[in-house]
Each structure stands twice: as structure tokens, then as C-alpha cells.
Design a binder for this molecule. Structure first.
Ligand code: DX5
Ligand code: ZN
Length: 220
């Protein structure tokens, strides 16, 4: 399984999003954090901005919806052209119905878990989703440090996916950098979101390549 690197544009210059998407043209996806100031204590961007990003991005978009009522809003991100749409398990009222709707619209469906949300109650959903996002920081802000205590959950998620014989990706998001990416990959993650590590680098393509190489040696 290849290691996928999805830089988060939360750490890009919001006055120059098109230019900053251009900087990550060697990435696998651009990770777009949608926050509504209710599910998390921060506000970023919504559908009108996302629709334009989908039109100008050189790489497919990976939408991470940190919003309440994703049952109502998430399908519109798939319709806007997101390649992948991830909603939070804690916020969805009908996750199976929502995941099916996202797939029907042609997107990969993802379910995200806050650091303190266990994966076990969601294992029955595995065949309905394409991705599990294990948050490795509390969602809401970039630049926080990686919570090591999430590693066992990544391991349990990977084990459940392997046992079920499914091709479900495991994504990690938060505090991912050269110093943490190998441990996340060892635990079973294969998709890596990095905001400050990528956009804070002097040479963005070199940072993407370095992260991909470090992770690639540990993804199994
Ligand atoms: C946080 C967001 C992340 C954020 C990660 O809630 O979901 O995608 O951009 O930022 P870093 O990589 O700086 O921790
Ligand atoms: Zn995110």
C-alpha cells in the first residue's frame, strides 16, 4: 500500500489559496478543513469557497467536515467535486445512509473520530466507508502536537480492516511531521494529513517527498 500525503490548506495563505494549492501539486490530495464554529471552536470556509477550490486545484480534494449536521451538508461537497468527503462520527445522525449517499455521488466516504472517540462502535460500518480518519489532535486548529495516545486506536482500526479483508484507508490528521509520521505508519495509517509541517517548510515539494519516503518505509 503506498503512503499518501495530503497537505492541509488550513496552514496555507487564505488570501492566496489558488497559489498555495499550486505549491502542493506533487501531493496525493489537498486536505480541506471545513469548520462551522459549532462542532469545533473555529470557523474556516464553506461550500462556495470549496466549489472554487475544486475548480482550480491541481490535485483532488479531500474534504474534512468538522461541522454539525453533516447528514444535511456533506453530500453537497461531493456534488462540488470532492474526491473524498469525511464527516465526524460524533456529528452524524445516520452515518450509513450518509456514507452510501456520498458513494452514490461518486466520492470516497470517510468517517472521522475525535481523539477520545473509540473505534469499536463504528467497526460495523467498515464495509460502508472507504476511509477512517483517526484524529491525532483535538480538531479545530493546526499546529498542535501529535497525541501519542491515539496510536493504539490506529492499530485497532488497522487490525479490524485487515481482518475484514477490506480496502479501507486509515488517515491520521494533526501533528503529523517528520518526527511523528513513522510511528503513525507503523501503527497502520496509510494516509497522512500535514498542515504546518508542509506549508511551514522552505521547500514544500521536498517536504512532501520527505514525508512520503519516511511513511512509505513503515506503511504495511
Ligand atoms: C485540525 C485539522 C487539521 C490541521 C492539521 O483540526 O483537521 O487538518 O490542518 O494541522 P497540523 O498538521 O499543523 O497539525
Ligand atoms: Zn483536517
Amino acid at each position: 500500500m503506498p503512503a499518501l500525503i495530503n497537505p492541509s490548506i488550513l496552514s496555507a495563505d487564505f488570501a492566496n489559496l489558488e497559489r498555495d494549492l499550486g505549491k502542493i501539486s506533487t501531493a496525493d490530495y489537498a486536505h480541506v478543513d471545513v469548520m462551522d464554529n459549532h462542532f469545533v471552536p473555529n470557523l474556516t470556509l464553506g461550500l462556495p469557497v470549496f466549489e472554487r477550490l475544486a475548480q482550480v486545484s491541481p490535485v483532488p480534494l479531500d474534504a474534512h467536515l468538522m461541522i454539525e449536521d453533516p447528514d444535511r451538508w456533506a453530500p453537497q461537497y461531493a456534488e462540488a467535486g470532492a474526491a473524498s468527503v469525511t464527516f465526524h462520527a460524533e456529528a452524524a445522525s445516520a452515518p450509513v445512509r450518509l456514507a452510501r449517499e456520498l458513494r452514490r455521488l461518486g466520492a470516497r466516504a470517510g468517517v472521522a473520530l475525535r481523539p477520545a472517540t473509540p473505534v469499536e462502535p463504528y467497526l460495523d460500518l467498515l464495509s460502508e466507508v472507504d476511509l477512517i480518519l483517526v484524529m491525532t489532535v483535538e480538531p479545530g486548529f493546526g499546529g498542535q502536537s501529535f497525541i501519542e495516545g491515539t496510536l493504539p486506536k490506529i492499530r485497532r482500526a488497522r487490525q479490524a480492516v485487515s481482518e475484514a479483508g477490506l480496502d479501507v484507508w486509515i488517515q491520521v490528521d494533526g501533528g503529523v511531521s517528520r518526527s511523528t509520521i513513522e510511528r503513525a505508519a507503523d501503527a497502520g495509517a496509510n494516509v497522512f494529513v500535514a498542515g504546518s509541517a508542509v506549508y511551514g517548510a522552505d521547500d514544500v515539494p521536498a517536504e512532501i517527498a520527505a514525508l512520503r519516503e519516511l511513511a512509505g518505509a513503515h506503511v504495511h
